[in-house]
Design a protein around this ligand. Structure first.
Ligand SMILES: [Zn+2]
Length: 163
C-alpha cells in the first residue's frame, strides 16, 4: 500500500454513490488525478469542507487498488470564476506534475491565455481550426483546437473562452 502526501489544488468534487465523494486535484508532486473520499458519512463530512474546488490543501492519500483521500487540510483558497477549476481539470493530463504551472496558479493567475500556453497550447499564434482566422476566441477542450468567435458559437462541446 502506497501513501502519498502532497500540496494540492482542488479542481472538482462530486458525489459518488450514497456516501462517497470523488475529488479531482492538481498536486504539486504528482500532477492531476482523481481520488475517492471514502465511505463513512462521518469521515466525509469531516473532510468535505476542505475539498471544495479552489481550495489549496495538504492532502494525504493511500493507494489500495485506486487512490483514496484519507486526510485533507485546507490551507487557503484561490479565487476564480466558479467554472475555472472545473475547466482546469478538463485540460490537465493525469499524472503530469508541472512546477511552473503550479507556481503560476498559486500566484493567482487565472488568465487562460497564459495557462494554455504553459500547457503547450499557445493561443498567441494560433488560428481557427475551422476557418483559419487568426483571432482565436475559444479553446475547444475535446479536440484541443482553437476557434474564432463565430466558429466557437457553432461548435459543440466544452470550451474555454479566452479573455
Ligand atoms: Zn473560425
Amino acid at each position: 500500500m502506497n501513501e502519498y502526501v502532497s500540496e494540492a489544488i482542488v479542481l472538482e468534487k462530486e458525489p459518488q454513490g450514497e456516501l462517497d465523494e470523488r475529488v479531482a486535484v492538481f498536486t504539486r508532486s504528482l500532477g492531476k488525478f482523481s481520488a475517492k473520499v471514502k465511505s463513512s458519512r462521518k469521515i466525509t463530512s469531516k473532510l468535505s469542507p476542505h475539498l471544495e474546488p479552489g481550495n489549496f490543501i495538504r492532502v494525504r492519500m493511500i493507494e489500495k487498488g485506486s487512490l483514496q483521500v484519507v486526510d485533507a487540510l485546507k490551507r487557503g483558497k484561490l479565487s476564480g470564476p466558479p467554472d475555472f477549476f472545473y475547466l482546469l481539470g478538463r485540460v490537465l493530463a493525469e499524472g503530469e506534475p508541472d512546477e511552473y504551472l503550479w507556481t503560476t496558479l498559486l500566484a493567482g493567475v487565472k488568465d487562460w491565455r497564459k495557462i494554455l500556453a504553459i500547457l503547450g497550447w499557445d493561443p498567441e499564434h494560433a488560428s481557427c481550426e475551422h476557418c483559419g482566422r487568426g483571432n482565436v476566441f475559444a479553446f475547444h477542450i475535446a479536440s484541443q483546437n482553437f476557434f474564432c468567435g463565430p466558429c466557437a458559437a457553432r461548435s459543440r462541446g466544452e470550451k474555454i473562452e479566452l479573455a
